[in-house]
Design a protein around this ligand. Structure first.
Ligand code: HAM
Length: 431
């Protein structure tokens, strides 16, 4: 019997066994997630971590029964008969944690971020997995164009700092409840005479959740919707002014904004601002991230009446887009020493030296091999900055050879000075 991971999941590995596996390598993941955390810090967001599973109702109440997210959940009963689900998204859990821990008692404005795995039972394909990873940010307590602007700027900065180009920021305003009610009536009136052009799903949604029809990928329905009324026509004066202010702020910062009245997003909790970012024409189907305002979710869960806005990005999609756009990938700037020992007697002395090297903050490893080439190949694979070579000749002289992996330059030094020499040499590697 052979073991295989579940469909739609993947392993993150230290290096890529095949060229296609590069997106699943941990240095790349670390690069992206480190930047997420740095940006969160820069914009004043603090980390939260919530359980990977929660009560099923928590998610369905937030996302809506008719949303794809609710339908795609990994739902199960535990041994105590509780109805639980693996989290399909982060917002619901963060709002639950906020209320349950009484964070609102600690001030009126809170900015939280999270990073971790999420689960959706969808048809796996490139950029769509059953276990995927999100970096998400949620800001509670302020409802203003300035707060929306700040959240969208942070999202956008993440992509640009990673070197992504050809970005599109799609943005829309869903207005308040009465604007949506007015729009739903207009949309129904528009679609009802064209029932024959709607698929079974959209026909059902026409009475269950008409806004969701705007999410369709069906080309025939999309062509019909071109002529549909726009939600922007139904906005209150206040919503429209706030939305126009936000769009003007974003344009002032040079963001590639496209007002997209058909953008509703796949979750029911949104009101007012919604947005999504895509990269290039090829990425149009697969959003790199998205979010919006959800001012009523906290109250719906029995918490305080606090407005909120947030976003989440898919880490897999970001990395795939970086590779697709051939973004220059970061080189490790930290020195790494790879010590190749070909003399049995040297093992103990090198083990002791290794501790002194590590005490200097230099990552170091020892491999015992018979042939130098094998050791050097491994040093390369590990991305080492230095290879240290100790064969029987060097051992007899009490020396080691130091090879700079960057320049190929060789030099010889006393074994007793290993840590000190590496410390001096590695200064040229650090920024
Ligand atoms: P979402 O649009 O459902 O929003 O997901 C956010 C991002 O997660 C997507 O744009 C995509 O990059 C990534 N993603 C979603 N599903 C998959 C999948 N199956 N495989 C790979 N990546 C995926 C939310 O989850 C909201 N909670 C965002 C939010 C936060 N709104 C307000 N606050």
């Amino acid at each position: 019997m052979s073991y295989a991971r579940p469909k739609g999941t993947f392993d993150i590995l230290p290096y890529a066994p095949k060229a296609d596996d590069l997106w699943k390598t941990s240095p790349l993941w670390q690069h992206v997630t480190t930047l997420c955390k740095e940006l969160a810090h820069l914009y004043g967001f603090s980390e939260v971590a919530t359980p990977i599973f929660e009560s099923t109702w928590l998610f369905t109440r937030a996302a809506g029964d008719d949303s794809d997210v609710s339908k795609e959940m990994y739902q199960f009963s535990d041994k105590g008969g509780r109805d639980l689900s693996l989290r399909p998204e982060g917002t619901a859990g963060v709002v639950r944690a906020f209320i349950e821990n009484g964070l609102h008692q600690l001030g009126s404005s809170h900015k939280l971020f999270y990073l971790g795995p999420f689960f959706r039972y969808d048809r796996p394909q490139a950029g769509r997995y059953r276990q995927f990873h999100q970096f998400g940010a949620e800001a509670f307590g302020v409802s203003s164009p300035e707060r929306d602007f700040e959240v969208i700027m942070m999202l956008y900065k993440l992509y640009t700092k990673l070197g992504l180009k050809d970005l599109n920021l799609l943005i829309n305003c869903l207005g308040d409840e009465s604007a949506r009610a007015e729009y739903v009536t207009k949309l129904k009136n528009f679609l009802t005479p064209h029932l024959d052009q709607l698929g079974a799903d959209s026909k059902r949604r026409l009475s269950a959740n008409p806004l969701r029809i705007l999410d369709t990928k069906d080309p025939k329905e999309l062509a019909l919707l071109e002529k549909a009324p726009s939600i922007l026509e139904c906005l209150s004066k206040e919503s429209l002014t706030q939305f126009e202010t936000l769009v003007s702020y974003l344009k002032e910062q040079g963001l590639p904004v496209t007002v997209t009245p058909r953008l509703v997003r796949g979750l029911d909790y949104y009101n007012e601002t919604v947005f999504e970012v895509t990269a290039g024409a090829k990425g149009a189907q697969n959003a790199l991230g998205g979010g919006g305002r959800y001012d009523h979710l906290m109250k719906k869960y029995g918490g305080p009446d606090l407005p909120a806005v947030g976003f989440a990005v898919g880490i897999e999609r970001i990395i795939l887009a970086m590779l697709d756009q051939k973004v220059r990938l970061p080189e490790s700037r930290k020195p790494v020493a790879h010590i190749i020992v070909m003399e049995e007697k040297a093992k103990k002395a090198v083990s002791m030296n290794l501790e002194s090297v590590r005490a200097e903050g230099i990552a170091a490893d020892m491999v015992c091999v018979k042939k130098i080439q094998k050791g050097l190949t491994e040093a390369n694979k590990r991305g080492a900055s230095f290879a240290l070579i100790i064969g029987s000749n060097e051992w007899e002289k009490g020396q080691f050879q130091l090879k700079s992996m960057k320049s190929g330059k060789l030099s010889e030094h006393p074994l007793t000075q290993m840590a000190q020499i590496l410390k001096e040499q590695s200064k040229t590697y650090e920024t």
